[in-house]
Design a binder for this molecule. Sequence first.
Ligand SMILES: [Zn+2]
Length: 408
Amino acid sequence: MCRTKLISPLNSVFTLLITISLCTGVFAVDRTSEAGEAEITDPTEECEPYSYQPVVEAKSQFPTIWQPATIVEGDTEALELWNGISPSIPTNISVKGSITGDFSNTTSSYPHTDPDCWWSYFQCVTPKLAGLPMDIASVPEPMTMGYGFDDGPNCSHNAFYDYLEEQNQKATMFFIGSNVLDWPLEAQRALTDGHEICAHTWSHHYMTGFVSQDAFAELYYCVKAIKLVTGVTPTCWRPPFGDVDDRIRAIAHALNLQTIIWKYDSFDWEVSAGNTTPEQVDTNYDNFIELAQNGSLATGGSILLTHELNNYTMSEAVKYYPKLKEAFQHIVPVGVALNKTQPYVESNYSLPSFEQYISGRTQLSGSKDNSSSSGNSTNHDNGVSFFSPMSSLVLSVLSTLGIVIMLV
Ligand SMILES: [Zn+2]
């Protein structure tokens, strides 16, 4: 409720204008800073587009927002990086179907032995190509939920992030590069709030449908967008729709991105498309909770696919949080469940270990000063080393972007 008492007829119009502006927030809202943007409580207002100067200045360095990525014309850094890693990408694994997910021509001829470890076919998470790590589909800690949300940053996420903050709950946010450039202050809020940020491609298409160079561009520009806006370089990604095979894994691996998938799907993302019902999503959440209650997760935890996609998916997450909290011993970001204490290339940020998190130290520690986490950081103090095929030119491009390859 917002009231005012007009003091005199002379200043009544002025006072009325000020009052309206304060009541509606029209003039009071600061849309130039993360803190100001986080204060907005009206979802419609949150989703009014705004201009953020660093993005305006860098936009020509990126593909068109929401369009499938290709290496931007004249982007020699990206091209040189691609040329450096492309020899390690298999050429005997073919492109599958289309980037919009039509695999009808592929699945009919694809061998049942699943030679490419194609997740969309048999939910394969153990690569068959030598040298690739397993996908993360579960978490090792018993009775633990690896908590994360895809498709953000959503412009209207303040109420959801406020709720997580009230619960002192951190999560892993899988951000789409195009969304990051559309909503940069919302992306920054994830870092400020102590969530872990992973990449979720540039334009959110089916990755096995891209030729290798374009698949590289989908990952490269997503990471670059996150770095531009938040100052950190993610070391993890999740394939949209889970669509990944060993060719795409090899590209992600060369970019120092750990592939994170899921074991169970809430299908919350299908409600807005009319492909499932809210009742079915409730059942999916309930079934996941049942796993914790019936002992199925007594020796290792799990990951449920959920989304920061729209008001419904976020409201559903809020609705189910208390029930999840009751059923699981621990709900932690995926990186915390993996004891991955350095989530980004930049070494001035650290996630708590699993033990620290469950003891109450949930906050990501680190500086928010972008200048100290600039792309010139090469992490020499952390024993970082590089692939032998990498040329010095490629290394310089990597370090410019803040991307380093860690041998594990
Ligand atoms: Zn997604």
